[in-house]
Design a protein around this ligand. Structure first.
Ligand code: H79
Length: 467
């Protein structure tokens, strides 16, 4: 069961939206839906996707009029209260001459990622595609004049990469009736938090709904639409978007932040739940501390950290949607590309433990709830994570991934199936299993083959683990 209230989201969203998000994330398991399960097949197998946050905010890159603007790069218009008329001027400077969609797709492939999700329109309201619903778009408002989503869609189609679009359906700081721009247009709601002060449905019908329809008609097969921050999204409003998606491209997935039920659950930003769930879910995450490019953020996660999060997520039944933030010139920062390629090389040798793999049959390896009444930074019961190893499964196989060298012989958690043999995944070197008093252990050769993460496959009799 996924159950958490993301800190950033709780800090930032209007209280109503927080309730909506929380309700969605703690909803009871849903009835089996065969059509949904079919739509989800590639997603469940793929496990690892590239998120791309790219927009006008890459130009200021975290600095407005010589002043550092703190927070997420793509939030600069909000954090620095930039008036619409002034922010629009950024479009006249957007000319990403180094944008090479083939290189981006090649990077995702080298990284071992199976899908790409790119911002088609973030909260700033700027469309990275040609749109008849708003002139504030990359073709009509910039000197570049080219539809970057189309170029990326073509490159993805050519290379067999699935492509989805992030679309901020609710917040649109460019529009007087969109949610979120309080500095130009006043608050979205009265102090009661309910009475709406903007003609929100006018905005939805005039811009957001037509643009989502455009995304689903002009760019080939769309893997998914990634909605975000469902402020003021009643279930009925959400349903209007769901209907557009289903009627236009029935196989397109809907993420968990539409405001009505989607195809899978989205965790909070950068949140990995402490427990496994068999319902499809995805954790959107940053590779540094921002989504949109910031020139001052070089706090890149290491390949080892990324590999751990990926296997951790997979062992809990989820997907990892890992973000990169290209520069205004259209370049994915070299440091982030290097990290991704290092993890990609690891996946080349060890991907069998990741792609299409099932959840851990155990769970004790995740860690434990603090027995003291401690709370974490989100105000929730503290979970003390253990990061030494994770396990994923396929029929007849357990994949134990070690992130640090076991300090003693490793005891395989008890299962009823007969254990057949063990070997290292990357080089197939056999590993001896030793059974004493019904307990089976193995000892890995030291130093471990890959200090970042070494996978040991344990084969057992039968298809499924019996406990
Ligand atoms: O697209 C990425 C984020 O921009 C978006 N979701 C991911 C995928 C997102 N929208 N809202 N939030 C995340 C929560 C935002 C929190 C903050 Fe803030 C923005 C913290 C700092 C900047 C709002 C503005 C609260 C403080 C300042």
């Amino acid at each position: 069961m996924i159950r958490r209230t993301p800190l950033l989201v709780s800090l930032c969203l209007a209280p109503l939206a927080v309730l909506a998000l929380r309700a969605q994330q703690t909803a009871a398991p849903r009835p089996y839906d065969a059509a949904r399960e079919t739509r989800l097949e590639w997603f469940r197998d793929g496990k690892y996707g590239m998120f791309i946050h790219w927009g006008l905010y890459a130009i200021p890159a975290g600095e407005w009029k010589g002043q550092r603007s703190l927070g997420l790069g793509e939030w600069i218009m909000n954090r620095s209260n930039v008036p619409v008329a002034e922010y629009e001027q950024l479009a006249t400077e957007f000319n990403p001459v180094k944008f090479n969609p083939d290189e981006w797709v090649q990077l995702a492939q080298d990284a071992g990622m199976k899908y790409i999700v790119i911002t088609s329109k973030h909260h700033d309201g700027f469309a990275m595609f040609k749109s008849a619903a708003s002139k504030f778009n990359v073709v009509d408002a910039t000197p570049y004049k080219r539809d970057v989503l189309k170029a990326l869609a073509d490159a993805c189609a050519k290379r067999g990469m699935r492509l989805g679009f992030y679309y901020s359906q609710s917040q649109d700081w460019h529009e007087k009736d969109g949610a979120g721009n309080t500095w130009d247009f006043g608050p979205d709601t009265a102090p009661d938090g309910k009475t709406e002060l903007k003609k929100y449905d006018d905005y939805l019908r005039a811009k957001a709904e037509p643009q989502v329809k455009e995304l689903l008609t002009g760019y080939g097969q769309v893997a998914l639409i990634w909605f975000d921050t469902p402020r003021m999204m009643t279930p009925a409003r959400g349903q209007r978007f769901a209907d557009i998606v289903r009627q236009t491209q029935p196989n397109t997935l809907i993420d968990g932040r539409l405001g009505t039920e989607g195809d899978y659950r989205s965790t909070g930003d950068n949140v990995i739940p402490p427990e496994a769930s068999t319902e499809a879910w995805e954790s959107p995450a940053t590779i540094n501390d921002t989504w949109g490019f910031r020139k001052d953020d070089t706090n890149w996660k290491s390949p080892g950290q990324i590999a751990f999060k990926l296997v951790d997520i997979v062992s809990k039944g989820g997907n990892y949607l890992l973000n990169v933030g290209p520069t205004a010139e259209g370049v994915i920062p070299q440091a982030s590309a290097d990290v991704l390629r290092t993890v990609g090389r690891w996946l080349k040798a060890n991907g069998e433990a990741v792609y299409g793999a099932g959840v851990s049959p155990f769970g004790e390896e995740f860690g434990e709830w603090s027995s003291k009444n401690a709370k974490d930074v989100r105000g929730q019961k503290l979970f003390l994570a253990n990061n030494e190893w994770r396990v994923t499964t396929k029929p007849g196989k357990l994949y134990f991934t070690f992130f640090s060298e076991p300090r003693a012989a490793f005891e395989i958690p008890a299962i009823r199936n007969k254990l057949l043999r063990a070997y290292r995944l990357a080089d197939k070197a056999p590993i001896a299993l030793k059974t004493e008093n019904g307990r089976t252990t193995f000892t890995m050769e030291r130093p471990m083959l890959d200090p970042m993460a070494t996978v040991v496959v344990v084969e057992f009799e039968g298809q499924k683990v019996e406990k």
